[in-house]
Structure formats: structure tokens, C-alpha cells
Ligand binder design. Structure first.
Ligand code: ADP
Length: 311
């Protein structure tokens, strides 16, 4: 079915994106709850139509590890993108300091991300291009799904890269490529780097190249290109887990794990053997949501300093 603004009942704002708000909405004709993302663009109708047409490929992106796409429409120069509502929010918002993700949960999150990325590549022949913990969404059923992957060239071109941010998940070869203005250093291996960095961030509870360590963004990017790759903390994660991550964070793209290698890796094989009921994802999500709520309440009472979170 086609979605229009008239069929949507607007609810709470779920978060703020780089280009507009994300709101919870209800599709009145079907009763389906959705998340609606607003993308403010200064474009004419022909370009907006091209974007809506390109986004249509998302109707084929149906997989348990991909946030379901319901449809998109535009009003004036705004694209509204409707997707499955994920009630626990992003993986990033569920991280509570170092080692807050138990290893079996981390392995399950990783295996879901690998399945999602392999699906995009094998079934749709697309790369994600923006793998990071804010683009991994979670729900209270314990499901983990990817969102925000690049399907529309026109949309990508139209999003002014104003906010490069202080957290880069770009692989070393991409950083080098961009600095030399070479556009096509991007391969599927670059997504694998971003995946590895996201797993390490989940284990550490913070972005692995903390901005306060570097005097500027340039120094931080230099560390990604020239420094040793980050690792999962040895005190909380097994050697197998650490070896898996090291295979994703190989600085030379050609040496990085492929999705097939990852699926055969003992860390993910063990996850598969644990099976659907072998990991208490529901319990972990519930606990992490509770801690997030307490932190937010404490912050609003002023009992702990409010640390700005990086959206
Ligand atoms: P952008 O990529 O433009 O910065 P995001 O995708 O990060 O925007 O969205 C901003 C916030 O909105 C997220 O951090 C998340 O909390 C919330 N959000 C986004 N999509 C969903 C969704 N499908 N379900 C629930 N919350 C969502």
C-alpha cells in the first residue's frame, strides 16, 4: 500500500537525526505503528521523485535483520520515510559503560549484523556504507536490525555532508581515499571495518577513538589510518571474540574477513549452536533500557553531569 501523511497519526518524537526529526506515527488504516524519519532537502520535485523511486528498492529489502521499509513520500522539499518502529532504539543508546554487553549477547548482535550485511550484498548487491551503532536498531523482543543503508544515489548526493562528526567509522582506505579525493576506494571490506569498530564500541561502551584523546579530528583520523586497530577488552571478552574482531579490523582491506569467513568463525558458530533460546536477548534489552531510563532521570535531576551524547 501507498503511505500518505493523511493516513498517519503523529505521536512522540523518537530522536533527532541530522536532517530532521524521527517520530513515532500510527498508520490509521492498518493500525501499524511506524517510525517516520523526516529528511529536509532543498530540492525540486523531479529530484524528489527520483529519490522516492530509488527508495522503492527498499521494498525488496525484506529480511529479519533489516528494519522493514513501509514507504516514502515527500511534501514540499521534505522526504518522509516510514519504517518499522523499533521500541528499544539504537544499539548505541543501550550501551552502559565498559563491558555492559555480555559476550553471548555481543556475539548474537554481531551475527545479526553479519546476516543483515550479507543479505544486502548477496540479495540486493548493495553495500551498507554507514555501519555504526546508531544505525543498529533493537526492539524489546530482542531483535537486532540494520537501518540507514545507502540505496539512493540521488539522496546520498543531496545530503550535504555538513556533519562529519567526531566519530568516524570509515575504514583506513576510505579515509586515505577521501583525503586524496579518490571516490571509489569503497568496497564491501569497508563495511566490515565499520562492523568491527561497532563491535568494539559495544564492548568498550564508548567510541574506540575517543575525541578527547586527540587534539583535533585530523589527529583522530591519522590514528585510524596509522595506529594499531582497537581491540575488545581482554578482561571481559574471550580470545575467540577478540580474534574475530581483529579479523574485521585488519587495516589492509584485502586481509579483512569476508562475510563467509565470519559465518564460519568459531565465535559465530558457537552463537549459532546456542540457538534462538540460548541467549537471553530479551532480558538484556530490558535491563539496558532500564539503565538508560535511570541515567536519563538522574541527569534530569542533575545528580550526574549531563554528558552530551553524539547522535
Ligand atoms: P540520522 O541518521 O538522520 O542522524 P537517525 O537514524 O540516527 O537519524 O535517527 C535519530 C534517532 O531516532 C535514533 O537515534 C533513534 O533513537 C530514533 N530512531 C530512528 N529510527 C527509528 C526506528 N525505526 N524506531 C525507533 N526509533 C528510531
Amino acid at each position: 500500500f501507498k503511505i500518505n501523511m493523511e493516513d498517519l497519526e503523529l505521536h512522540d518524537v523518537l530522536g533527532k537525526g541530522n536532517y530532521g526529526e524521527v517520530r513515532k506515527v500510527r498508520h490509521t488504516k492498518t493500525g501499524v505503528e511506524m517510525a517516520m524519519k523526516e529528511i529536509r532537502l532543498e530540492l525540486d520535485a523531479s529530484k524528489l521523485n527520483a529519490i522516492i523511486m530509488e527508495l522503492d528498492i527498499l521494498h525488496r529489502a525484506v529480511s529479519p535483520e533489516i528494519v522493514e521499509f513501509y514507504g516514502a513520500f515527500f511534501i514540499e522539499s521534505c522526504v518522509f520515510y516510514c519504517m518499522e518502529f523499533m521500541d528499544a532504539g539504537s544499539l548505541e543508546s543501550l550501551l552502559n559503560g565498559p563491558c555492559s554487553v555480555p559476550e553471548p549477547v555481543l556475539a548474537r548482535i554481531t551475527s545479526r549484523m553479519v546476516s543483515g550485511l550479507a543479505f544486502l550484498k548477496d540479495s540486493l548487491q548493495i553495500m551498507h556504507r554507514d555501519v555504526k551503532p546508531t544505525n543498529v536498531l533493537v526492539n524489546s523482543r530482542g531483535e537486532v536490525k540494520l537501518c540507514d543503508f545507502g540505496v539512493s544515489g540521488q539522496l546520498e548526493k543531496s545530503l550535504a555532508k555538513t556533519n562529519i562528526g567526531c566519530q568516524s567509522y570509515m575504514a583506513p582506505e576510505r579515509i586515505k581515499g577521501e583525503s586524496m579525493a579518490m571516490p571509489s576506494t569503497y568496497t564491501v571490506a569497508s563495511d566490515v571495518w565499520s562492523l568491527g569498530l561497532s563491535i568494539v564500541e559495544a564492548g568498550l561502551g564508548v567510541y574506540p577513538y575517543p575525541p578527547e584523546t586527540y587534539s583535533n579530528v585530523f589527529a583522530q583520523l591519522q590514528a585510524i589510518v596509522h595506529g594499531d586497530p582497537p581491540q575488545l577488552p581482554a578482561e571481559a571478552y574471550s580470545d575467540v571474540a577478540r580474534a574475530f574482531v581483529a579479523g574485521c579490523l585488519e587495516k589492509v582491506a584485502e586481509r579483512r574477513f569476508t562475510y563467509a569467513q565470519m559465518m564460519r568463525h568459531p565465535w559465530l558458530v558457537a552463537d549459532q549452536e546456542r540457538g534462538a533460546d540460548g541467549v537471553d536477548m530479551v532480558g538484556w534489552v530490558k535491563g539496558a533500557m532500564q539503565k538508560r531510563k535511570e541515567k536519563k532521570e538522574a541527569a534530569s535531576r542533575g545528580t550526574t553531569p549531563v554528558t552530551p551524547t553524539n547522535a
